[in-house]
Design a protein around this ligand. Structure first.
Ligand code: FPP
Length: 258
C-alpha cells in the first residue's frame, strides 16, 4: 500500500546527537532584575551577555542554526519606557556587535514585521544582514516583532499573491512553507524556554510541530554554558519518533548501522 505523505515533516531526519537548529525564548529578564532590586531593563541588558555566550557555544558545538525570540508582536503591550529601551538595546547591539558577528563568520538574519520599527533600526538591520549574508558559519536568526500567527498569515498572503488561481485542493504544506519567514532553515530540533513558563507564546508555531521542548526555571541572564550543555544532554537522550513507533526507529538504526 502506498501512503500519501501529508506533512513535510514526515521526511524523517536521522536523529543526531547535536541539534541542527536550536530556537530559544529568552525569558526571565525582568524577574532576574527584580530579584536584585534593579529596574527590569537591567535584566535585558544583562541578557545581551547571555546572547553572546550562547552564540559562541552554538558555534563551538557545530550547531548550524540558532533562532532567538527578541521581541514578540505582543511585547508592544509593555510599558512604553520598556519598549523604547528594548528598541534602543536592539539598535545598540546591532551597531556594536555586527563586526564581531561578521568576524566570526556568523550570518545574521532578522525575521518579523520590521515595518513597525523606527527607521534607524530598519536601516541598521538591513546593513547587518547585507554585511553577513555570505558568511558560512552559524546562522543566527533574531525574531523581532515576530509572531507565529503573523508568519502563517503573511505566508498565506504571499503565496496567494504569487498564485491567485490556485485551487483549494492544491494548497498544501509544500505550497505554503516556502513563504514562511524561516523557510531557509530546517525546523528546530530543540526549543528552549528559560524563566520557568511552559508555553510557546506564539513563537514559531508552524515550525515547532515536531520539536523537542525543553523548559528550565533558570532566568535568561543566568543561562550559562553549563545550563546550555544540560539542555543539549537532555536533547541527546530524547527519542525523536516523528509519528513512528520506538520499534520502527530502532529497526531503522539497526539497518543504518549494519
Ligand atoms: C523576556 O523577559 C525578554 C524579552 C522580552 C527581551 C529579550 C531581549 C534580550 C535578551 C536582549 C536583546 C537581544 C538581542 C538578540 C539583541 P521578560 O522581560 O519577559 O522577563 P520576565 O518574564 O521575568 O518579566
Amino acid at each position: 500500500m502506498t501512503t500519501t505523505i501529508q506533512s513535510s515533516t514526515l521526511a524523517v531526519p536521522p536523529p543526531k546527537a547535536i541539534p541542527s537548529h536550536v530556537a530559544i525564548i529568552m525569558d526571565g529578564n525582568g524577574r532576574w532584575a527584580n530579584q536584585r532590586f534593579l529596574p527590569r531593563v537591567a535584566g535585558h541588558s544583562k541578557g545581551v551577555d547571555t546572547v553572546k555566550t550562547i552564540v559562541q557555544e552554538c558555534a563551538s558545538y557545530g550547531i548550524k542554526y540558532l533562532t532567538l525570540f527578541a521581541f514578540s508582536t505582543e511585547n508592544w503591550r509593555r510599558p512604553s519606557h520598556e519598549v523604547t529601551f528594548l528598541m534602543r538595546l536592539f539598535f545598540k547591539v546591532l551597531k556594536l556587535q555586527v563586526s564581531l558577528i561578521h568576524k566570526n563568520n556568523v550570518k545574521l538574519v532578522i525575521v518579523g514585521d520590521l515595518s513597525a520599527f523606527p527607521e534607524p533600526i530598519r536601516k541598521n538591520a538591513a546593513q547587518a544582514q547585507q554585511l553577513t549574508e555570505n558568511n558560512t558559519g552559524l546562522v543566527l536568526t533574531i525574531a523581532a516583532n515576530y509572531g507565529g500567527r503573523w508568519d502563517i498569515l503573511n505566508a498565506m498572503r504571499l503565496a496567494y499573491e504569487n498564485n491567485p488561481d490556485i485551487l483549494p485542493e492544491n494548497m498544501t504544506e509544500e505550497w505554503l512553507s516556502p513563504y514562511l519567514s524561516m523557510s531557509y532553515a530546517p525546523e528546530p530540533d530543540l526549543f528552549i524556554r528559560t524563566g520557568g513558563e511552559q508555553r510557546v507564546s506564539n513563537f514559531l508555531i508552524w515550525q515547532l510541530a515536531y520539536t523537542e521542548m525543553y523548559y528550565t526555571p533558570i532566568f535568561w541572564p543566568d543561562f550559562d554554558q553549563q545550563a546550555f550543555a544540560d539542555a543539549l544532554t537532555w536533547y541527546r537522550f530524547r527519542e525523536r519518533r516523528f509519528g513512528q513507533t520506538g520499534h520502527q526507529l530502532l529497526e531503522s538504526q539497526i539497518v543504518k548501522n549494519a
